[in-house]
Write a protein that binds this ligand. Structure first.
Ligand SMILES: [Zn+2]
Length: 105
């Protein structure tokens, strides 16, 4: 289980995108990386194919290591450490260690 899930709001805390925020659009568990909307954009040279008729340069989000990201707490309005707790109904949820806000809606 990773601390970050799809649709989470995150902040990058190290690397070339440091300080930027965005929404997680994909988690790649095998590599412990996530793809964040409009962050870590790389340009790729694309040869013409069925999908890209003319080829050329396409811009794509490259995955970012989960270790470089922190969750953003809506209440604290900033990056926070997340903890885990077990609810009375047996569900495990992530919560903000600063204010106690639960991330799972
Ligand atoms: Zn908080």
């Amino acid at each position: 289980m990773f601390k970050i899930k799809k649709d989470d709001q995150i902040m990058v805390v190290s690397g070339r995108e440091k300080g930027k925020t965005g929404k997680v659009i994909r988690v790649i568990p095998d590599k412990a990386t996530v793809v964040v909307e409009k962050l870590n954009i790389v340009k790729r040279h694309q040869k013409p194919s069925a999908k890209y008729k003319h080829g050329g340069i396409i811009e794509k989000e490259a995955p970012i290591s989960i270790a470089n990201l922190m969750l953003i707490c809506e209440k604290c309005k900033g990056p926070v450490r997340a903890g885990r707790k077990l609810l009375g109904d047996g569900n495990k949820v992530r919560y903000c260690k600063k204010c106690g806000e639960v991330f799972e809606k």
